[in-house]
Design a protein around this ligand. Structure first.
Ligand code: TYD
Ligand code: MG
Length: 466
């Protein structure tokens, strides 16, 4: 008995159903199912059991090592793992206006200048608009091949002619459509069908293909969650609206690391690489103010120093406010709980705000200690020493746990002129010329700060006065 093809597809996650229902059981979203033409049945009609024979190969054969195409933009190559891999497909996601098109026109221009064939296909902008941007970026004379097209079949046919392009940019995948699928452009089925066709083309001709993907308001790459599984790498381009910094991050990478970041600054003439981000993130410090601590972090293989700012103020609300930008809200709750439970710091009547300077987003637990130091410093109204850095993971028991790559963190701090470090005990061996204050528990950090400021602990509610 042959089953009818499923035709209701969730526009959020791509799950398919054979009848309509209000809620998608796969992702839990409501009203996201819409009817779409079914994909064609896989493969041409073949009799069952009559497959084509193919050659199986050894693992140890001629390792076709992944030859890479360096873009020449160092921060971009760092994130991809040393350049675009031939025949691979990369998805670049990011909010509208963050600079995806700018980054990619700069990358294609850099390759074209190096004598490679680089193609930029825009489904959103007219050729004249792309040219205008190129002019602003001072890239007019770079020999990028441009087109404003949306039909995948036309694009594949055109690019199959002549010398194989090294890099093909498709801006964006949501605007593409393919004949093989009957739904409207922008639907999950179309996006998936178009991506499939472009991925097949990339593997066949050996070009690196970059697909631009839009991001919805909650940060997902719109529609094509499915595309994330199909491509070789997913990069996300992020930034805070009010800052000029842009951070490129690998979310998935079959051929490279996923923890490296690339840092750029959006200027009047395009994106500029920031090769020493620590200097940038520390450039506007409020020296001598309570509530700030410098965290010596790692982003991939690169150490990155950044200021963590906290404000702890008496609250007039029944449930005090907890607000955090650039860090994980649940880690903040954990640090606050440890401070209350083990260090006698009463925060129940205080609003707490935590901010990572410069629009950076920190994911490491190593930032616990710096966050705790900033919080206690604000509560006690006692500035921390301006020439010290902090790192260490705080456990639920209040112990300070070791973190990876302590040596690299301390070396970077020394390079930027810091002279002290408050760190886990295990980091003492790697002092790098800093005067290291190694602490075993959060209690000793709190006691240290309490000595300098006016922090009352224990049963008393509230902490500072005047
Ligand atoms: P764009 O690359 O079009 O963003 P996306 O493709 O991600 O939607 O970038 C648009 C923004 O960048 C726009 O707000 C203007 C700004 N911009 C500059 O500040 N300097 C420049 O040189 C360029 C080209 C754009
Ligand atoms: Mg764009």
């Amino acid at each position: 008995m042959s089953k009818r093809h499923l035709t209701f597809v969730c526009q959020n996650c791509g799950a398919a159903y054979n009848r309509w229902q209000g809620k998608c059981e796969a992702c839990g979203e409501w009203n996201t199912l819409s009817e779409e033409g079914s994909d064609k049945p896989a493969g041409p009609g073949r009799k069952p059991g009559k497959g084509r024979l193919f050659q199986l190969q050894d693992l140890a054969g001629d390792a076709q090592d992944a030859p890479r195409i360096a873009s020449g933009i160092g921060e971009l190559d760092r994130v991809t793992g040393g350049g675009f891999v031939r025949g691979s497909v990369l998805l670049l996601g990011g909010d509208p206006g963050i600079g995806k098109s700018t980054l990619l026109i700069q990358a294609t221009a850099a390759l074209a200048r190096a004598g490679e064939r680089a193609v930029y296909i825009s489904g959103e902008e007219a050729v004249a608009q792309v040219r205008l941007r190129a002019e602003r970026l001072g890239l007019r004379e770079a020999r990028v091949e441009l087109a404003s097209e949306t039909s995948v079949e036309d694009i594949v046919a055109t690019l199959s002619e002549g010398r194989t392009p090294r890099l093909i940019v498709i801006d964006s995948i949501q605007t593409m459509w393919t004949d093989t699928v009957e739904s409207a452009p922008g639907t999950v089925t179309q996006v998936r069908g178009s991506a499939q066709a472009l991925i097949r083309f990339a593997k066949r001709c050996g070009a690196a293909v970059i697909l631009v993907g839009h991001v919805t308001k909650d940060g997902q790459i719109a529609g094509p969650r499915v595309v994330e599984h199909m491509v070789d790498a997913v990069l996300s381009f992020e930034g805070e609206g009010s800052h000029q910094f842009r951070i490129l991050r690998a979310v998935k990478n079959r051929f490279g690391p996923t923890d490296e970041i690339g840092v750029f600054e959006m200027t009047g003439s395009g994106l500029r690489e920031i090769t020493n981000p620590s200097e940038l993130f520390l450039s506007e410090r409020d020296l001598g103010q309570p509530g700030t601590a410098v965290f010596a972090g790692m982003e991939g293989t690169r150490p990155l120093l950044v200021e963590i700012q906290a404000l702890v103020a008496p609250s007039s609300l029944g449930t005090p406010r907890r607000s955090v930008v650039g860090w994980d809200g649940s880690r903040l709750s954990m640090v606050l709980a440890v401070l209350e439970a083990h260090c006698g710091v009463r925060l129940g009547g205080h609003d707490v705000y935590l901010n990572v300077a410069g629009g950076l987003r920190i994911q490491e637990p190593a930032a616990d200690l710096a966050a705790a130091a900033a919080l206690v410093s604000s509560l006690a109204n006692a500035p921390l020493p301006a020439d010290s850095v902090y790192f260490g993971e705080v456990s639920l028991s209040g112990a300070i746990r070791p973190v990876a790559q302590a040596g690299a963190r301390l070396k970077e701090a020394a390079k930027l002129g810091f002279t002290g470090a408050v760190v886990p005990e295990s980091a003492r061996a790697e002092a790098a010329g800093l005067s290291v204050n190694d602490i075993a528990s959060l209690t000793s950090l709190v006691a240290d700060i309490a000595q300098r400021g006016n922090l009352r602990r224990g049963g008393e509610n509230g902490a500072q006065e005047g």
